[in-house]
Design a protein around this ligand. Structure first.
Ligand SMILES: [Zn+2]
Ligand SMILES: [Zn+2]
Length: 280
């Protein structure tokens, strides 16, 4: 078994890249991919640790792009960290986000909420500050009961303290991954807002024309039927399949490394096919 979708403390996961590798090793996973949001900061450490313990670690990334007013995530696998285009573009994105965070604080303050940017930064630790960290403080201070409520009342698009962020277009995101030598894959297709079964094929075909090479069919929240539909589309358009848990550590405590909610099984075969495509 493998897990090709994992977040570390370099983005909004709670485990360091090193700890992820030892956890995966203990769970007998044969390969893992580190796919942090908009950063590859954690990949080198994970690859190094993987070599030490004898676990195959694929350096990856998960880039958020904007399409028709909804957010789509594009995974990149086999990212060459020495190619600077990707990291400098991603740093730009992080800078935009850093400019956005103080504005979220201002909005929350104007709503009478006592919260400071320092508190949010402390919550993020060494990782990039993101909305889950705002949610964490709102929970700690008793303004909301849980993360869902924090997003619904304050943080999600359209909520009272929402601040828009700059996002890349799908073409830009896919192009960046290609430039870094990687394989671009559409992440968790059924998590995309307002995408129904009947629009799925159309979306995937468009993204294929833009350069995606695969789809993440195996994902904890996908139903058996949805997975089957994605596999059928992949076959029809000659796309790779990938799968992973989207592990975030304690940030999403119900999701387990490798197995998701418990039933996820991602075969090593998928890695072999990706490697073939890379050489292709
Ligand atoms: Zn995602
Ligand atoms: Zn993810």
């Amino acid at each position: 078994m493998i897990d090709l979708h994992i977040h570390t403390s370099a983005s909004d996961g709670t485990y360091s890249p090193k700890d992820i590798v030892s956890l995966a090793f203990k769970k007998n996973l044969r390969a893992i991919a580190i796919t942090d949001h908009d950063t590859i900061e954690g990949t080198a450490e994970a690859v190094r640790e993987g070599k030490k313990v004898g676990l195959e670690v694929i350096p990856g990334v998960e880039i958020s792009v904007e399409w028709n007013n909804s957010s789509i995530h594009i995974l990149g696998y086999y990212i060459d960290g020495t190619k600077k285009v990707l990291s400098s573009e991603l740093n730009n994105l992080i800078r935009y986000r850093e400019e956005r965070n103080p504005r979220i604080i201002e909005k929350l303050n104007s709503l009478g909420i006592d919260i400071s940017y320092d508190e949010v930064k402390t919550a993020a630790g060494e990782g990039t500050v993101g909305r889950p960290h705002f949610a964490q403080i709102l929970i700690e201070k008793g303004y909301v009961k849980n993360g869902n409520e924090a997003f619904r009342k304050y943080l999600q698009r359209g909520a009272s303290a929402y601040v828009d962020k700059k996002r890349l277009s799908p073409e830009e995101g896919i192009h960046l991954i290609e430039e870094a030598g990687g394989i671009a894959v559409l992440a968790h297709p059924f998590m995309i807002d307002s995408i129904g079964e009947n629009k799925m094929e159309e979306l995937i075909l468009k993204l294929k024309q833009m350069g995606i090479k695969g789809i993440e069919a195996l994902y904890p929240t996908h139903t058996v039927q949805q997975t089957l539909q994605l596999k059928t589309i992949a076959e029809k358009y000659n796309l790779l399949l990938t799968g992973g848990s989207d592990f975030h550590g304690k940030q999403k405590p119900k999701i387990h490394l490798g197995t998701g909610f418990g039933k996820l099984r991602v075969p090593y075969e998928l890695v072999i096919r990706m490697k073939k495509a890379l050489k292709g």
